[in-house]
Design a protein around this ligand. Structure first.
Ligand SMILES: [Fe+2]
Ligand SMILES: [Fe+2]
Length: 280
């Protein structure tokens, strides 16, 4: 089987098993439209009770600092702003792509949300992109892993064990064992589901260093932010903790040692604050 067939097979497994995948695909398709109205999103989300409940829970997290409780999807969209709400809907929808939600899935999800939040902070610090775009790219950067996990539930946790303890990168190990990796699977998903070019590039190139097309400065900056957030999450043990020492490429986002340490503290506090709330 060649690589393209392998990736297609992995993709189709998630489409077959995820009971919410139809809603997720619909929502993502809707969000793709820049001019989508609040009513349209509200109408689409409200069809799935579980999805709505989870979205509202995240929207009510202390992170978004709403003084009164948000009770409806429509209120959430208005109060926290459409761009942020879109990113949160993405976070919620990725959770619903898993066929079940045990501790391994939770850690993968926690990692993605961690990278999302950290990327949103780094977007503000660097001024490279908007925090909403940083959040969305961070949340979705490893979406390929969800698909691989759904298709290869038996062996993927074992591959992960190796990733956590190896000098080799996740991409190298996945390539060796599966014949394709999560950036390729993710890029396939991004293409199929028509993600924006910024998100597509973040998914495809967050492990490619240096970024292949230096003249695409925006995409390069986003990938740098995602890569650094990824390294910070590994180091702090947000989601998974990598058991080998890593270095953080902070110079690629113009951060000195001091600013980096401050950012880590801020991030850790924000994440901890939300964690119990989001994962109970
Ligand atoms: Fe990754
Ligand atoms: Fe990652």
């Amino acid at each position: 089987m060649d690589k393209k067939d392998k990736i297609e097979e992995i993709f189709s497994k998630t489409i077959d098993i995820s009971p919410h995948s139809q809603v997720v695909i619909k929502v993502i398709n809707l969000l793709r439209n820049e001019y989508v109205s609040i009513d349209e999103i509200d109408e689409c989300l409200s069809r799935d009770k579980g999805f709505t409940a989870r979205f509202l829970k995240i929207a009510n997290s202390p992170y978004y600092g709403m003084r009164k409780k948000i009770k409806t999807v429509k209120d959430a969209l208005i109060l926290i702003g459409l761009d942020t709400a879109k990113a949160l809907i993405l976070a919620t929808s990725t959770r619903y792509l898993y066929k079940q939600f045990g501790s391994f899935e939770q850690k993968l999800w926690e990692h993605s949300l961690g990278v999302g939040i950290c990327s949103s902070l780094l977007s503000v610090t660097t001024g490279f992109v908007t925090p909403e775009l940083g959040l969305a790219c961070g949340i979705l950067h490893d979406i390929g892993k969800i698909f691989i996990y759904n298709a290869k539930s038996e062996i993927y946790p074992k591959i992960y064990e190796e990733i956590l303890n190896s000098e080799k990168s996740s991409v190298e190990l996945e390539d060796k064992i599966l014949g394709c990796n999560h950036t390729e699977v993710g890029a396939f998903v991004a293409e199929k589901w028509n993600y924006s070019d910024e998100i597509k590039n973040a998914i495809q190139y967050h492990h490619t260093y240096p970024y292949p097309n230096p003249e695409e400065r925006l995409y390069r900056d986003i990938c740098n932010i995602i890569r650094v957030s990824n390294q910070i999450c590994w180091e702090l043990g947000i989601g998974f903790r990598r058991n080998i020492p890593s270095s953080i490429d902070s110079e690629d986002i113009n951060l000195d040692e001091n600013s980096l340490n401050n950012l880590k503290k801020l991030f850790l506090n924000q994440f901890k604050e939300q964690k119990n709330f989001l994962f109970e």
